[in-house]
Design a protein. Structure first.
Length: 95
């Protein structure tokens, strides 16, 4: 039986977005720092539970404005995921 192991993952990403409207000369710029982190615990050669969290960012891609005249804000969110990975090499199945 293989040794039980804990694997970790962590990362971050910096995004910059710029949109130029040629006919009006307007320019829109935005940026964001997003991250992710997770763990996988190898129970045995067949099963590994995992858990992860992340943040996400989607810039407003138009020059749309709200009723008060302000720009439409960027979309941001957070996500979580948990599950059980399995591997059955004899049948060539994994998931």
């Amino acid at each position: 039986m293989p040794t039980r192991q804990l694997h970790t993952l962590a990362g971050c990403r910096y995004d910059q977005y710029a949109l130029n409207q040629i006919h009006s000369g307007s320019r829109f710029e935005t940026d964001a720092l997003t991250w992710n982190a997770g763990v996988v615990y190898t129970l045995n050669k067949y099963l590994s539970p995992y858990y992860g969290q992340s943040s996400n960012y989607s810039p407003a891609s138009t020059f749309a404005v709200l009723l008060d005249g302000s720009m439409v804000p960027d979309s941001r969110g957070k996500g979580r995921e948990a599950g059980l990975k399995f591997d059955v090499p004899r049948w060539n199945i994994s998931g």
